[in-house]
Design a protein around this ligand. Structure first.
Ligand SMILES: Cc1ncc(COP(=O)(O)O)c(C=O)c1O
Length: 496
């Protein structure tokens, strides 16, 4: 049993402030406008306490947020830490902004002297990046040099981007601003982050890791170390994905630039970038839940994560008996993630997802061939047992002829880049019927969701292959996200 949250408050200044707000009644003439009344729209506003004039005074005179962020920085071995109520989405955009600019030798990253090479606005980026990083590139005016992860032929799913591929990209593009990768991947595969950090640092640039799915890494011996511990310069984690935090809760963590750590981030740029893209009215309950999750990890992460990883192991062992089913497992897979490849069972993942919905056990992601069940520190043998029962029953009922494993378009796309994301984002654009879009430059980002990885990004040529992949995903029942016309009858292209 975890510690009583009331005891946790002694170790979590924002949690303490949130509890105190409720203990000390006041009559606020400040925002939020519900004024703590629950009789107008009901409990939907329950627990909503602002940071300003809530967890702290309007002038932040108590410094509770800074204290909580300092504790998190210490726990993750960072010099810089900011809490976000905008999810890893905000964190990724902030880090893209923090990397951009400079280049005059004063405060930008990569003062290697190579900045006249024409590459000073470029970053080496994994093509399986989340769309938030792509919009970050557009915001920051950074041009991607794409690198692709290896795809495992057995599962059709991505592994990490290899250090060798990144090394080659850095050799070809001297003077870039940094390397950005997502690790672990959406399906839970873990790459060689230490190797990537070594390569990036050899080229004098920072390694930034979107570790949205890995807030728990580093807090149990069975889990991989987190990206900063492996040498990364900055990382983003979603506290709401694997820790008991409110939706939207995330942390942005970084090493500060110094003589000892020359690839670290400039603290002023880091702060300015976080502020530029964050709300000025952060929800205190979200911030307090980050602080409480940090305190819980620090005090009991080892025990709780030990229990849940053991429960996931037991679930995997049970599901392994299902004929034809592939379960992602092994040292290169997040021990907390349950990813199933269904092709060999003949079951269609969308049908299985529908069965799971009926059973009240919805999963994070399902397409025809893959199911991803997201497990968190809040799960245990009981919750996982229920999921396993539902999966065994559904796969048994939905069995069919085995299919060959195919790689989803999100992981296989080979983009033809014509314009930078930013140029395409701001270019005049118009919607044309999808067949007429082929051969033109996309003005929009289109991603089957989940996983939310762009198959088409602004500035890329709309190829016949991409259109076929997107229409195929749509017809298979996958939601087409972010497109102006999700039916894909039309696509927005650059008007020239
Ligand atoms: C790899 C990756 N990065 C970032 C995000 C965005 O996270 P958030 O929902 O916390 O904004 C996601 C969301 O699924 C993701 O998969």
């Amino acid at each position: 049993m975890p510690t009583d949250p009331l005891e946790l408050r002694d170790h979590a200044p924002l949690l303490d402030a949130w509890l105190r707000f409720h203990e000390e009644a006041s009559l606020p003439f400040t925002i939020p406008g519900h004024k703590q009344r629950h009789d107008l729209v009901g409990d939907v506003v329950a627990g909503d306490v602002p940071l300003y004039a809530g967890l702290d005074t309007m002038k932040l005179s108590q410094g509770v947020l800074a204290e909580a962020e300092g504790r998190a920085a210490q726990l993750w071995g960072a010099e810089l830490c900011r809490f976000s109520v905008g999810g890893a989405t905000h964190g990724n955009q902030a880090l893209a902004l923090a990397l951009a600019g400079g280049g005059d030798g004063d405060s930008g990253n990569n003062d290697s002297g190579d900045n006249d090479s024409g590459n000073k606005n470029k970053v080496v980026v994994s093509r399986t990046l989340h769309r938030s990083m792509l919009s970050g590139l557009a915001l920051a005016g950074l041009d991607p040099v794409w690198v692709r992860p290896e795809v495992d032929a057995r599962t059709g799913l991505p592994r990490g981007v290899t250090p060798g591929v990144v090394d080659e990209a850095l050799e070809r593009n001297p003077g870039v601003r940094g390397v950005l990768v997502g690790d672990p991947s959406y399906v839970g595969t873990v790459g060689d982050v230490a190797g990537l950090a070594e390569v990036a640092h050899r080229h004098g640039v920072p390694l930034v890791v979107d570790a949205a799915w890995a807030a728990h890494f580093g807090f149990h011996p069975d889990l991989p170390p987190h990206a900063l511990a492996l040498g990364a310069d900055a990382m983003v984690v979603s506290a709401h994905k694997t820790l008991p935090a409110w939706s939207q809760a995330a942390l942005v963590l970084a090493r500060a630039r110094s003589t000892e750590w020359p690839t670290g981030l400039d603290p002023a740029r880091f702060d300015a970038a976080v502020e530029a893209t964050h709300t000025t009215s952060p929800a205190g309950a979200i911030l307090a839940s980050i602080d409480a999750s940090r305190a819980l990890l620090e005090r009991e992460g080892d025990v709780l994560l030990g229990e849940v990883t053991a429960a996931v192991r037991a679930t995997r062992a049970r599901l392994t008996d299902l004929d034809g089913l592939i379960l992602l497992d092994g040292p290169d897979v997040d021990p907390l993630k349950l990813t199933l490849v269904l092709s060999g069972t003949g079951a269609n993942g969308i049908d299985v997802e529908n069965d799971l919905l009926v059973q009240g056990t919805p999963v994070e992601m399902a397409d025809r061939d893959t199911i991803v069940a997201q497990v968190s520190i809040a799960d245990d043998a009981v919750t996982l047992g229920r999921l396993a029962d539902a999966l065994v029953a559904s796969i048994g009922r939905r069995r069919g002829s085995p299919r060959a494993v195919v790689t989803a378009s999100s992981y296989a796309v080979d983009p033809v880049t014509v314009l930078s994301p930013r140029e395409a984002w701001f270019a005049p654009a118009r919607a044309v019927p999808v067949e007429e879009a082929i051969g033109r430059v996309s003005a929009e980002l289109v991603a089957p969701y989940p996983p939310g990885i762009p198959v088409l990004a602004p500035g890329e040529q709309v190829t016949g292959e991409v259109v076929e992949a997107l229409l195929g995903a749509r017809d298979a029942g996958v939601r087409i996200a972010y497109a102006a016309d999700p039916s894909l009858a039309t696509l927005r292209v650059v008007d020239n």
